[in-house]
Design a protein around this ligand. Structure first.
Ligand SMILES: [Zn+2]
Length: 888
C-alpha cells in the first residue's frame, strides 16, 4: 500500500516535513524491543481454507450486494463449529458437505460477533478431520468510503457516474467475503460476478469467460488465482477503458474511467520498464498472466494505492497525467507509486508476512525498491538525493518517546492499521539502504533472490530474510539488522575534534541516542556501520559497537561522518569540527550537504547544537547548489515561518531573511522552463514560488496574480508546470471574491481529478473567515463523498485548532467521510499540528471518548509533537532571533 499522498503534499507545502510538526500519519506507542516473533491469530485454528469460489451480484444503485461463497477447507481437529471473519454481512444460508455427492448438513446455528468481526457456524453432527466444502449465502453493504466494497461517484464530462471498487488491506476482505481474513491463511480464489451489460469488470486474474444472462446482464468468470492472502483480492466494475502492453509474456494494463485512457500512457510505459527490471532483480518471474493498474477518482485519508495481486488500485491523482495540469512531480509520483505497488507483487503478494508484526517486510521493502528503481530508471531525476528526506521523515517520528521498533507486536486490527506509518515505511527503507550498503548490492540481491525462491507463495518473518542475506553476504548482518529493527529510536554518533598526524586523521566516535523529548534518557546501544572521510579524501568504514570506536582516515582537514548518508543515525560534531565542515559546505557532494543541513536542523531544534547552525549552513549554500539543496532550505525556512505564527515581529525578520536568500534563486532559474533544464529544477521552481508567496515576497505574489488573471485569455500565462504553485499562492492569499471564483471553477470543472484538486485549494486560505466557509463546505458532498475530509485536512494546515474543533463538533458527520482504517489517526492528525498547549487536553478527551485503548497511538504521538513544538517556540526561537538580528 502507498500511504496517502495528500497529507504528504500538505506537509511539503506547509514545510511540515522539517520536523516542526508531526507527520500527518503517526503510529503506536512505544513497545519494548526484541519481542519473540510468533504468528498471532484471532481465529481458532481448527479449520484451514484452501479455495474460495465466490459469486458476487453487486447492486450499485442500491449500495448493496448479494453473494455466495463455497469454501474448500480442511478440518484439522474434529469440531462442531467453524469460526471465520465476517463484518457487516447478513447470512441467509450455511451448509457443509464432505464434497460433491456427499450428504449436506445445514448449520444448526449462525452467530455473528460484531466486535470481533467473526461469524460462527454450528453443526449438530460434529465434523471429523478431513476436507469439506462450506457454502454460505449472504448479503453485504457497498460503502461510500474506500473500505471493503465501495462506490465512487464522479463527474465524467457532463454525466454523473458510479463505479465500484474494493479495498481489503489490512482486514476488510471480511466485509465482502466471509473468510479467514488473516495474511497467514493463503488460498486460491475463483471469482465470478453478475454485472450490467456494457460495464467492465476487473479482478486479480484475467476474465476466463463471459456469458449473457436472460435478463440482459452478464456473468463474468475470472480465472482462478494463485495461492494468496485475502487482503490482496480485488474487484472493480464500471464504465472503464483499458490500455495494454506486453512485457516478458505478461499483459500489462491500465484501467481508467472512459475518456481518460490517454492520461495513462506514462503509467503504462512505466509499468513495462519496471516489470522488466523486477523480473530480473527478483530472479523469480512475475507469476500471473496479467497485471492491471486501476485508476479511480476520489481520495482516501489512509492510502493512495494498493498492491492487489495482478490488479493494483491507484487513485487518479497518483497515476494519471492530465496534460492541462501535470507537473514534473506528478510524473515522479506516477512512476514511484507504480514502482512501489509493483514491488509488492513480490514483497507482499508472492511472499507475505506471517502477521502484521512484520508489515515492514512489505512496506519498507516496497519503499526501498521504489526509490532504488526510480534512481536506476530515471537517473535524470536524481532520486538518490531523496534518501536524506526519507530518513528525516523516519527520524522525526523515531526520536519521540512514543516511537516503536520497525518490527513490533500487533495485537489487533486497529493496531495493524496504525502500523502503516513512517517507521514501517521510511525507517524500514532507510535501514534497508544502510544494510544493502553494508553488505554490497550484489550480495543483497543474491539474498533477496534466494528469499523469494524459497518462500514463494508462503509466509515469512524478518529472520527468514536475514538468514538468506547473511548466507549470500558472508557478513554478520543479522546482528546489525536486529539492532535497527527490534529496537526503537535513533542512534547519535558524537564526533570529537580530529587529530591530524603524518597525513592521516584520527577521530574518536561515541554512540549516544538522539531524542527530541527525553533529554536524560540512557541511550540504547546499537552496532552502527559508519562511513567517514576527510573532505575530498578516500572513505573508510567501521562498526561502532559497544558505544565507542576510533577511525583513521586518509588525509587531513575537515572530517565528514556518514559520508554518502547511507547510515541511519544523527551525527553531532564537536563545535570546532562542525565549524571546519561548515567552511567546506559549498564544496561537499549534494547528498552530504542535505545530510548536514538535516542533522544541524534537528540537532539544533533539539538543543544539542546552536539552533542557528542550520542558518549558518544555509547562508553558505551557493546559488548554483543542487535544486534539492535549495528545496530543503526553502522547506525549512517555511517551517520556521510557521513556527513564528503569533509572533509577527519576529516572523517578519525571518521572512525578510527567507526572501533575501530565496528570491535570487528563483530569479536565477526564472518562471519559465529553460530549454536544457534539468528535471529537478522544475520541482524547485514550484517550491520557491509557493514558499516565497508564503513569506510575503510581493514580486512573487504580484506575478502569480498577474498570471492567474491573464490565464483566461492567454494560454501561456499559466502553463501546466506553473498552474499548481500559482493557484497555491492565489488560494493562500485569497479574499472572498477570489475564493468564490475558485469555488465556481471547482463546481464547473468536468474532470474528476482536477475538480478534487480545486476543492482542496478552497481549504488553504489564510483568511479565517474563508477557512470557516471551507469547513462548512467540507460537511457537504458537493466535491464528492471522499472530498470533505480532504478539504478539512487542508484547512488544518493554516488553522489546526479551528479545523480540529470543527471536526470534533461534527464528529458523526466527519467520521462518515473517512475510511475505517483512518479513524484512529484522522482526528489526532488535525489537532496534532497545533502549537497551542490547550490542544493536548482536547486530544486526550477525544481519545477517551472515541478511541479504543489499542487505537490511541496516533493521539499520543500528536500530543508528543505539540509538546515538542511548544518547547521549541519558547526555548529555541530566541537563538534564531539573535542570529537574524546579527545576519538578517
Ligand atoms: Zn506499500
Amino acid at each position: 500500500m502507498q500511504r496517502s499522498l495528500i497529507s504528504l503534499a500538505v506537509m511539503a507545502l506547509l514545510g511540515l516535513s522539517s520536523g516542526l510538526a508531526p507527520l500527518a500519519a503517526a503510529a503506536t506507542s512505544a513497545t519494548p524491543a526484541a519481542k519473540a516473533v510468533k504468528v498471532t491469530t484471532q481465529l481458532p485454528r481448527n479449520a484451514v481454507p484452501t479455495h474460495y469460489a465466490v459469486s458476487l451480484v453487486p447492486d450499485a444503485a442500491n449500495s448493496s450486494f448479494s453473494a455466495s461463497v463455497t469454501i474448500a477447507l480442511d478440518i484439522k481437529q474434529a469440531s462442531s463449529s467453524i469460526t471465520l471473519n465476517a463484518a457487516d454481512l447478513k447470512f441467509s444460508a450455511a451448509a457443509i458437505s464432505a464434497g460433491p455427492g456427499k450428504p449436506v448438513q445445514a448449520a444448526s446455528k449462525i452467530s455473528v460477533d460484531d466486535d470481533k468481526q467473526t461469524a460462527t457456524f454450528q453443526f449438530a453432527q460434529p465434523l471429523a478431520v478431513g476436507s469439506y466444502q462450506l457454502k454460505l449465502d449472504y448479503t453485504g453493504v457497498i460503502g461510500t468510503q474506500p473500505t471493503g466494497m465501495f462506490s465512487l461517484d464522479y463527474q465524467n464530462g457532463s454525466e454523473k457516474k458510479r463505479a465500484l471498487y474494493t479495498q481489503f488491506e489490512n482486514s476488510e476482505a471480511r466485509r465482502v467475503i466471509p473468510s479467514w481474513d488473516e495474511p497467514f491463511y493463503k488460498a486460491t480464489f475463483a471469482l465470478e460476478a453478475t454485472v450490467p451489460a456494457g460495464q467492465m469488470a476487473v479482478s486479480n486474474m484475467p476474465v476466463a469467460a463471459t456469458s449473457k444472462l436472460a435478463d440482459g446482464r452478464e456473468l463474468v468468470r475470472f480465472a482462478t488465482s494463485p495461492k494468496m492472502s485475502t487482503y490482496l483480492l480485488f474487484f472493480g466494475l464500471g464504465e472503464f477503458e483499458r490500455a495494454t502492453a506486453v512485457e516478458g509474456g505478461t499483459e500489462l494494463g491500465v484501467v481508467t474511467q472512459k475518456g481518460s485512457i490517454a492520461q495513462a500512457q506514462f503509467a503504462l510505459d512505466s509499468s513495462v520498464a519496471v516489470l522488466k527490471e523486477y523480473n530480473d532483480y527478483f530472479g523469480v518471474k512475475y507469476p500471473l498472466p496479467k497485471l492491471d493498474n486501476i485508476a479511480a477518482p476520489g481520495r482516501s485519508q489512509f492510502f493512495s494505492a494498493m498492491e492487489n495481486w495482478g490488479a493494483i488500485f491507484t487513485f487518479e491523482s497518483a497515476i494519471l497525467l492530465d496534460p492541462r495540469t501535470a507537473t514534473q512531480s506528478d510524473k515522479e509520483t506516477s512512476f514511484l507509486v507504480a514502482a512501489h505497488e509493483m514491488a509488492h507483487q513480490w514483497f507482499g503478494d508472492l511472499v507475505t508476512m506471517a502477521w502484521w508484526d512484520d508489515l515492514w517486510l512489505n512496506e519498507g521493502f516496497a519503499s526501498w525498491m521504489e526509490s532504488r528503481t526510480t534512481t536506476r530508471l530515471h537517473p535524470e531525476w536524481k532520486w538518490e538525493l531523496r534518501a536524506v528526506g526519507t530518513r528525516e521523515q523516519a527520524m522525526n517520528r523515531d526520536a519521540l518517546a512514543t516511537t516503536h521498533p520497525v518490527v513490533q507486536h500487533i495485537a489487533s486490527v486497529e493496531q495493524a492499521s496504525q502500523a502503516f506509518d513512517s517507521i514501517t515505511y521510511q525507517k524500514g527503507e532507510s535501514v534497508i539502504r544502510m544494510l544493502e550498503n553494508y553488505v554490497g548490492d550484489d550480495a543483497w540481491r543474491a539474498g533477496v533472490r534466494s528469499y523469494m525462491a524459497r518462500h514463494a507463495y508462503g509466509n515469512t518473518v524478518s529472520d527468514d530474510l536475514w538468514r538468506e542475506v547473511e548466507k549470500a553476504a558472508h557478513k554478520p548482518v543479522t546482528a546489525i539488522a536486529h539492532d535497527f529493527t527490534l529496537k526503537p529510536g535513533v542512534p547519535m554518533i558524537r564526533v570529537a575534534d580530529a587529530v591530524c598526524k603524518n597525513g592521516q586523521t584520527t577521530i574518536a566516535l561515541t554512540q549516544g541516542e538522539f531524542s527530541k523529548d527525553q533529554t536524560d534518557k540512557k541511550p540504547l546501544s546499537w552496532r552502527v556501520p559508519v562511513i567517514a572521510q576527510t573532505v575530498g579524501g578516500a572513505t573508510a568504514s567501521t562498526i561502532v559497537a559497544g558505544g565507542k570506536a576510533s577511525m583513521t582516515l586518509p588525509g587531513c582537514g575537515a572530517v565528514l561522518v556518514n559520508a554518502g548518508q547511507s547510515g541511519y543515525y544523527r551525527t553531532l560534531y564537536a563545535p570546532k569540527a562542525f565549524a571546519a565542515l561548515a567552511d567546506r559546505f559549498a564544496g561537499l557532494a549534494a547528498i552530504d550537504q542535505l545530510g548536514l543541513l538535516s542533522d544541524s536542523w534537528s540537532l539544533g531544534m533539539a538543543g544539542l547544537m546552536p539552533a542557528s547552525s542550520f542558518l549558518d549552513l544555509a547562508s553558505r549554500a551557493p546559488l548554483d547548489a543542487a535544486p534539492q539543496v535549495w528545496d530543503q532550505i526553502a522547506d525549512s525556512l517555511l517551517a520556521l515561518h510557521y513556527s513564528y505564527d503569533g509572533k509577527p515581529e519576529q516572523q517578519a525578520a525571518l521572512d525578510r531573511y527567507a526572501r533575501k536568500r530565496l528570491a535570487p534563486v528563483l530569479a536565477r532559474i526564472g518562471w519559465s522552463k529553460a530549454a536544457d533544464e534539468a528535471a529537478p529544477v522544475a520541482n524547485l521552481r514550484e517550491a520557491l514560488i509557493q514558499v516565497l508567496g508564503a513569506v510575503g515576497d510581493e514580486g512573487v505574489v504580484a506575478e502569480a496574480r498577474r498570471r492567474y488573471a491573464a490565464a483566461a485569455t492567454d494560454k501561456d500565462a499559466m502553463p501546466a508546470a506553473l498552474r499548481r504553485p500559482i493557484l497555491g499562492v492565489i488560494a493562500d492569499n485569497a479574499d472572498a471574491a477570489t475564493w468564490e471564483q475558485l469555488h465556481a471553477a471547482a463546481r464547473e470543472e468536468k474532470s474528476s481529478m482536477i475538480k478534487s484538486e480545486l476543492y482542496d485549494l478552497l481549504g488553504t486560505a489564510k483568511d479565517k473567515a474563508l477557512a470557516q466557509r471551507a469547513l462548512e463546505l467540507a460537511l457537504t458532498d458537493e466535491g464528492g463523498a471522499t472530498e470533505g475530509a480532504s478539504i478539512l485536512n487542508h484547512v488544518a494546515g493554516h488553522h489546526p485548532d479551528l479545523a480540529y474543533d470543527f471536526a470534533v463538533s461534527h464528529h458523526a458527520q466527519i467520521e462518515k467521510k473517512i475510511d475505517a482504517s483512518s479513524r484512529g489517526r484522522y482526528f489526532p492528525g488535525l489537532g496534532g499540528r497545533s502549537s497551542d498547549p490547550a490542544m493536548i487536553a482536547k486530544l486526550r478527551a477525544y481519545a477517551k471518548q472515541y478511541l479504543a485503548a489499542d487505537a490511541q497511538g496516533d493521539t499520543k504521538t500528536a500530543i508528543a509533537s505539540i509538546q515538542y513544538r511548544v518547547k521549541l517556540r519558547t526555548a529555541r526561537l530566541p537563538e534564531i532571533d539573535a542570529w537574524l538580528s546579527k545576519h538578517g
